[in-house]
Ligand binder design. Structure first.
Ligand code: SAH
Ligand code: DHB
Ligand code: MG
Length: 225
């Protein structure tokens, strides 16, 4: 049986949640407007998801956050808000034009001082960070190209402290991960992530499906042992 892959109530419920639990956020709205004006794809995390990221990072008192996939900095701003004054966030973005939009959005959000954007292939930036004597990360949000998700897991585990939290976005893809007929090019990389996590020696993980303004998708949450 084919289930509907979207339902207008999903967005209505997101609006309801925002109205009650989050409220207006002129800074994040300006970020989305700037992204749209610059022609960035509208694939940022939603407002409810962004707040969830902020609260998860706050819950573990993250001081060093790594993000893979900046786009216009929407999720970056959410995560940076969880940080105390000494906190730092490094975010990796392939596209220089996207990074420039993000930089402006992050500055406007008052988070410029604690956020560093590294432009280039994330795998290269991760290799560079591993060669440096950077402080281990407490929290890693992975949201870039899905074909590299398994490689990002390896890097994240190496760069994170024991107890660190890793969150991967887009791990359900409207059910594509269990659909043998799926022609979504992002599905194989996502499956490789799950495969890499079967009896993984260093992380405990789960994934939670979500519906909302971003349709049917999900987050994978892992803790480094
Ligand atoms: N986290 C953002 C959305 C990220 S969209 C938010 O929620 O606001 C995914 C981003 O990953 C895009 O900006 C894309 O350019 C970037 N990306 C794709 N492949 C990449 C790669 N190989 N290295 C670094 N960034 C990459
Ligand atoms: C896409 C990427 C994302 O990170 C996302 O959250 C939604 C869609 C995409 O590339 O289609
Ligand atoms: Mg995403």
């Amino acid at each position: 049986m084919d289930l509907p892959h979207t339902d207008p109530r999903w967005s209505d419920v997101d609006d309801y949640i925002v109205a009650h639990l989050i409220g207006e956020d002129p800074v994040l709205e300006a970020c989305l407007a700037a992204n749209a004006a610059a022609g960035l794809p509208p694939i940022d995390v939603s407002a409810t998801q962004g707040r969830m990221l902020e609260l998860l990072a706050r819950a573990i008192q993250a001081k060093n956050i790594l993000e893979i996939g900046t786009l216009g900095g929407y999720s970056t701003i959410c995560l940076a808000r969880s940080l105390s004054d000494e906190g730092r966030l490094v975010t990796l973005e392939l596209e220089p034009d996207f990074a420039a939009v993000a930089r402006e959005n992050i500055e406007r959000a008052g988070q410029g001082r604690r956020v560093e954007i590294l432009v280039g292939e994330a795998i290269q930036s991760l290799t560079d960070i591993r060669k440096s004597d950077a402080t281990p990360f407490d929290f890693v949000f992975i949201d870039a190209d899905k074909q590299n998700y398994a490689a990002y897991l390896d890097h994240a585990v190496q760069l994170a402290r024991p107890g660190a939290m890793l969150i991967f976005d887009n791990v359900v893809r409207e059910g594509g991960i269990v659909d043998p007929q799926s022609d979504d090019p992002k599905v194989p990389g996502t499956r490789e992530l799950y495969q890499a996590l079967v009896n993984h020696p260093k992380v405990d993980a789960t994934a939670v499906q979500t519906v909302g303004s971003k349709k049917w998708d999900g987050f994978l949450l892992a803790i480094v042992r």
